[in-house]
Design a protein around this ligand. Structure first.
Ligand code: AR6
Length: 171
């Protein structure tokens, strides 16, 4: 069984097999959680990312974790929110699915996600959390032995409350 857990933390500090980075399509770093991950991982991460030649929105690519406690970083550019009619939900779901697929392929048994797209990219927090949870639940139902735990890492208290409520109200 895979445990689903919400926690308020700095994702760069987590002792998990893989952390997910809310990246942009260049994969060459940025602000927000992306900047924090690159700072904590050190310059080796940027060097590894340069070799990846970018990534499309909704897809994912993997590198090592370098100076992070995590063994892997899975980079996924989320969609920019344009109001909801530009395929944002499907693209966000695809981020979570592709990241889990890569984690599974690399034998990562614990995976931590940030709240992809809900910062600079402007995705509404509640809708993003619903899509994140629905997608992860579907994936672990289809792959029940792949993971020990999936963490939803909330930097903001607001996001933690949303995830706690959605995790508890699920039957
Ligand atoms: N640990 C966990 N979550 C964090 C951390 C951290 N250390 N720092 C910020 N967050 P954002 P996006 C949360 O803006 O909306 C970058 O420049 C933050 O509170 O990082 O997908 C990229 O290069 C929010 O809940 O990512 C892209 O250009 C969540 O991480 C662009 O931003 C995501 O916010 C991607 O935008």
């Amino acid at each position: 069984m895979t445990r689903l857990l919400a926690q308020q933390a700095d994702i760069t500090q987590l002792n998990v097999d893989a952390i997910v980075n809310a990246a942009n399509c260049t994969l060459l770093g940025g602000g927000g959680v992306d900047g924090a991950i690159h700072r904590a991982a050190g310059p080796g991460l940027l060097q590894a990312c340069r070799a990846l030649n970018g990534c499309q929105t909704g897809q994912a690519k993997i590198t090592g974790g370098f100076n992070l406690p995590a063994r892997f970083v899975i980079h996924t550019p989320g969609p920019v929110w344009h109001g909801g009619n530009r395929n944002e939900e499907a693209l966000l779901a695809s981020c979570y699915r592709c990241a889990l697929q890569l984690a599974m392929q690399h034998g990562a048994r614990t995976v931590a996600f940030p709240c992809i797209s809900t910062g600079v990219y402007g995705y509404p927090h509640e809708q993003a959390a619903q899509t994140a949870l629905q997608t992860v639940r579907q994936f672990i139902t289809q792959n029940p032995t792949a993971f020990d735990a999936v963490y939803f890492v909330c930097f903001l208290a607001e996001d933690l409350h949303i995830y706690q409520r959605l995790l508890n109200t699920h039957d």
